[in-house]
Structure formats: structure tokens, C-alpha cells
Design a protein around this ligand. Structure first.
Ligand SMILES: Nc1ncnc2c1ncn2[C@@H]1O[C@H](COP(=O)(O)OP(=O)(O)OP(=O)(O)O)[C@@H](O)[C@H]1O
Ligand SMILES: [Mg+2]
Length: 259
């Protein structure tokens, strides 16, 4: 039996001792992570450490070999596809590439989750799509084709699509990777403004430490199959965890002097 959300300390998502291997390769060994309702949690870690695999567990796209995955207090790791449908509706996901369908207009791209998941009347759908486009500062752009868009605009359309069905949780996988610094800053500002406006919980996977400190309330650092360090941004600046500290020093977030 799954427990109600409030019995899990208000955490919207929890991983408990999750283990996941692909063949011989043990990616997660005992990953434990709590995501608090309303926060922006940044997941950091080296390439191939399992950040995307962690996200896939939250969506029920992977089943853990051991351990538990809770979403809103429900243990989802053995859910059927039809049960997972309801779970996935709680999430909006911004893919690294924006993940747009190149043959569809911006309007149809953003409308896609509503068409897929509900029988929203056309008028309501148009209103919701325009509202989502307005939130990402692209009002009136529904008729454009993805080919007409810059990299930053593609990300914003992808973001409009991620929020159009009003998810509880927004997952961002490398939202600023590949963007110039000015465009990346705009995406960071959007993450923060959407957080306030939509009262969501956000999980941001990123290598971009400047971005992490701009948007994040807390950092979870994945290494060796476990979340080795979890804490607030202020705690991260003062951490003596060797690799995390090295990460931060390299990107000038904190000084090399011990504190
Ligand atoms: N479906 C799969 N089959 C086999 N191996 C997989 C599968 N999915 C992930 N892996 C392996 O698991 C490891 C972790 O992958 P993951 O994509 O989560 O890394 P990541 O931390 O997101 O890295 P990056 O920063 O490069 O995106 C990698 O070694 C990857 O090859
Ligand atoms: Mg990844």
C-alpha cells in the first residue's frame, strides 16, 4: 500500500536506495534523494554518472533493480503502463534538444500534450497554448515552424510544451547546454519566473554551475551511484567535499581557499 503524500514529509518525489545496473554496469547503487515540494533542486555530477537515468526512474521509464521510487507518496516502481500514465501527467519535461517535431507548427508542438492526454475543446486549447507561449515570452508565435527558430527560441517552445498541461513538476535536462551566455541567462530567468508563477517543483540537471547557482535552492551531487552530497547553495559554497568543491572552484563559484 502506498502512503499518502503528507506521510512522506511533503516530498513530492523520493528515491530510496535505488539500484540500477545495465548488464555488468552498475549505474545507481544506492541512490537516495528527496525532492521537496516547491523547490528547485539541481542535480549535478560527471558525464555518465546516471543523472538522466535518475530522471527516467521518476517518470517510471525505468524500473529499479532494488529500492523504491515515490511520486506524491505513491510507490510507482512496479506500476503498470496505465497507472504510470497518471503519474507522467504530473510532469513536464524539457528535453535537451527542445525535442520539437520539425514538421509541426509551434502551435501544434505546444498543443501536443493537451491533444494526447485530454479532450480539451479547441477554444480552450488555443487559449492554453497562447498562455503557455506568453509565459515563455513568445506570444503570437504559434504559426512559426521550428526551422524558423533560434536555439534559444526552440528551448522556449519546448518549455511552453512542458508547462501547457500544468504539471506539478518540471524536469529540465541540461536546459542551458549549447546556448550562448546571454540566451542561457534568459532561460535561467524563465526557470525562476515559471517557478514563481506556476508554483511548481523543478528538477534541473545541469553541468552549468553558473546556471545551477542562479536557479537552484539545493544541489544534489551524484557520484559513484549515490547522491554523495545534498545541500543548499550556501552550504555548497562552503563544502569541503573534495570533488564538488573542485567543480565549484573551477567555475569560480567559490574560492580555492578553505573556509
Ligand atoms: N538503456 C540503457 N542501456 C544501457 N546502458 C544505459 C542505458 N541508459 C543509460 N545507460 C548507461 O548508464 C550510464 C548513465 O547514463 P546517463 O544517461 O544517466 O548519464 P548522465 O549522468 O545523464 O550523463 P550525461 O551528463 O552525459 O548526460 C551511462 O554509462 C549509460 O551508458
Ligand atoms: Mg544525461
Amino acid at each position: 500500500m502506498s502512503e499518502p503524500a503528507q506521510d512522506r514529509n511533503g516530498n513530492v518525489i523520493e528515491l530510496r536506495d535505488v539500484a540500477k545496473a545495465y548488464g555488468e554496469k552498475r549505474v545507481l547503487t544506492s541512490a537516495t534523494l528527496e525532492v521537496r515540494r516547491g523547490e528547485v533542486l539541481v542535480i549535478m555530477g560527471g558525464s555518465g554518472t546516471g543523472k538522466s537515468v535518475t530522471i527516467r526512474h521518476m517518470l517510471g521509464l525505468e524500473q529499479p533493480d532494488a529500492g523504491e521510487v515515490y511520486v506524491d507518496g505513491e510507490e510507482i516502481s512496479r506500476y503498470s503502463e496505465s497507472q504510470l500514465y497518471g503519474v507522467r501527467m504530473k510532469f513536464g519535461m524539457l528535453f535537451q534538444s527542445g525535442g520539437l517535431f520539425d514538421s509541426m507548427t509551434v502551435f501544434e508542438n505546444v498543443a501536443f500534450p493537451l491533444r494526447e492526454h485530454s479532450d480539451t475543446p479547441e477554444e480552450e486549447l488555443e487559449r492554453r497554448v497562447e498562455e503557455a507561449l506568453e509565459m515563455v515570452q513568445l506570444p503570437g508565435s504559434g504559426k512559426l515552424m521550428p526551422v524558423d527558430l533560434s536555439g534559444g527560441m526552440r528551448k522556449r517552445v519546448g518549455l511552453a510544451r512542458a508547462i501547457v498541461h500544468r504539471p506539478e513538476v518540471i524536469l529540465y535536462d541540461e536546459p542551458t547546454t549549447g546556448l550562448d551566455p546571454i540566451t542561457a541567462d534568459k532561460i535561467n530567468e524563465l526557470i525562476v519566473s515559471l517557478q514563481r508563477r506556476l508554483e511548481v517543483t523543478s528538477i534541473v540537471v545541469t553541468h552549468d554551475i553558473q546556471s545551477a547557482f542562479y536557479v537552484g535552492d539545493r544541489i544534489a551531487y551524484l557520484n559513484g551511484g549515490v547522491f554523495e552530497w545534498v545541500g543548499t547553495m550556501e552550504e555548497a559554497r562552503r563544502t569541503d567535499h573534495p570533488t564538488l568543491r573542485q567543480f565549484l572552484v573551477t567555475s569560480n563559484v567559490t574560492s580555492a581557499q578553505p573556509v
